[in-house]
Design a protein around this ligand. Structure first.
Ligand SMILES: *[C@@H]1O[C@H](CO)[C@@H](O)[C@H](O)[C@H]1NC(C)=O
Ligand SMILES: *[C@@H]1O[C@H](CO)[C@@H](O)[C@H](O)[C@H]1NC(C)=O
Ligand SMILES: *[C@@H]1O[C@H](CO)[C@@H](O)[C@H](O)[C@H]1NC(C)=O
Ligand SMILES: *[C@@H]1O[C@H](CO)[C@@H](O)[C@H](O)[C@H]1NC(C)=O
Length: 333
């Protein structure tokens, strides 16, 4: 090394040791975290957050490695009685990739717009709280989102169609809220992969977009809504779905010609207005869960495959289904 280099090197080493001799935590991150703690009224979940310590060692916080300059990447607050809202300062942790606020029954208010600043965010899990307001439209700007789970809250309004623009979204879970309106037309063409879609226990209404039939969902749960009309496009020999739950809606279509892909393990269709008879093709399925009760089906239950593995409760309350596990068809047909 020549003299200048040596000098530069020792200067650099000096800077390094004085700024991070103890703390890996970036001071901006520590400031933001302390503001979050204060805004949430010092919850038990943050009791160990002492400003004298390295925030990268705090419970509920994780920092990235040296390549990320030890910036805070993860914030996990759960199982706490904290009575607060999500502090807007969460948006001041610019390297966050994971936010989990889970099982905080007294966490109220809306999802703060400052979250839109978190451009590295991949994983947003805000489940089992008392959040209100809409599913924010601005989430569609967070192009790295892979996982959104806002289930078990009191969110209302309709589902923003722009979520289909998220190129990496693999899971969209909005179940157990108070969402209304239709399933967006745009959900027939996700920009990236086709996500697993969980929208159950809401008040969604109307017909589902025809275009949803173009997609190959692995898992889709639309149960316990007020959806109506035809859903036969969700099926087909070429699909590779594993689980389809359309139960407890107002769907009305004839299932007689519906081919269910042999990849389907869970087929839950009870409490709708389905008509027709159960296709013989369904004897080819390997089913873990199956339910067609409380519909308007008729005719002989095809014998074979897994269809007789389920008891009568899987078939009850239809118009005129017969054959095992229900009573024989002799007198009816
Ligand atoms: C939430 O707040 C209510 C009313 O203040 C209180 O009774 C309840 O115990 C709180 N929940 C938890 C889990 O602390
Ligand atoms: C959320 O909804 C539940 C059930 O409808 C209700 O008991 C609770 O008070 C609501 N909470 C808020 C914060 O609106
Ligand atoms: C979303 O969160 C709920 C509640 O914690 C959980 O039961 C569910 O499995 C999660 N969904 C996904 C897709 O991970
Ligand atoms: C089918 O659904 C009905 C109605 O909810 C329920 O009583 C029955 O236990 C279910 N059967 C099976 C096999 O899941």
């Amino acid at each position: 090394m020549d003299k200048t280099n040596t000098l530069l090197f020792s200067l650099f080493a000096l800077l390094l040791t004085t700024s991070s001799s103890k703390d890996l935590c970036h001071k901006d991150d520590k400031n933001a975290l302390l503001k979050i703690k204060k805004a949430m009224n010092d919850p038990y979940a943050m009791i160990s957050w002492d400003s004298k310590d390295d925030c990268c060692t705090w419970v509920a916080v994780e920092c990235g490695d040296a390549t990320l300059n030890h910036r805070v990447t993860t914030l996990v607050i759960q199982n706490d009685g904290v009575s607060a809202q999500i502090p807007p300062e969460v948006g001041d942790l610019p390297y966050l990739q994971t936010i989990i606020f889970h099982k905080l029954p007294n966490l109220t208010g809306e999802i703060p717009p400052t979250i839109v600043k978190l451009r590295y965010l991949r994983y947003l899990w805000l489940s089992w709280n008392s959040l209100t307001g809409p599913v924010p439209e601005f989430l569609s700007q967070l192009k790295n989102l892979e996982y959104i789970n806002l289930s078990f809250n009191n969110l209302s309004g309709s589902i923003p169609g722009s979520l289909s623009l998220l190129p990496k979204l693999g899971y969209l879970e909005l179940s157990r809220n108070k969402l209304t309106g239709k399933i967006p037309e745009s959900f027939g063409s996700f920009k990236g992969v086709v996500p697993d879609l969980f929208l159950s226990h809401n008040q969604l209404s109307g017909s589902i977009p025809k275009s949803l039939g173009n997609l190959d969902f692995n898992r889709i749960d639309l149960s316990r809504n007020k959806l109506e009309g035809d859903a036969s496009m969700m099926f087909g020999a070429k699909k590779t779905a594993w689980s389809i739950d359309l139960s407890r809606n107002k769907f009305q279509f004839d299932i007689s010609k519906v081919i269910v892909a042999t990849t389907v393990n869970n087929l839950v269709l009870n409490h709708n207005g389905l008509t027709g008879s159960i296709p013989v093709q369904w004897t080819q399925l390997s089913l873990q869960t199956f339910n067609v009760s409380y519909n308007r089906l008729c005719g002989r239950i095809p014998q074979g495959g897994d269809l007789q593995r389920f008891d009568a409760y899987a078939y009850l309350h239809n118009k005129c289904l017969c054959g095992a596990p229900l009573r024989s068809c002799n007198k009816i047909i």
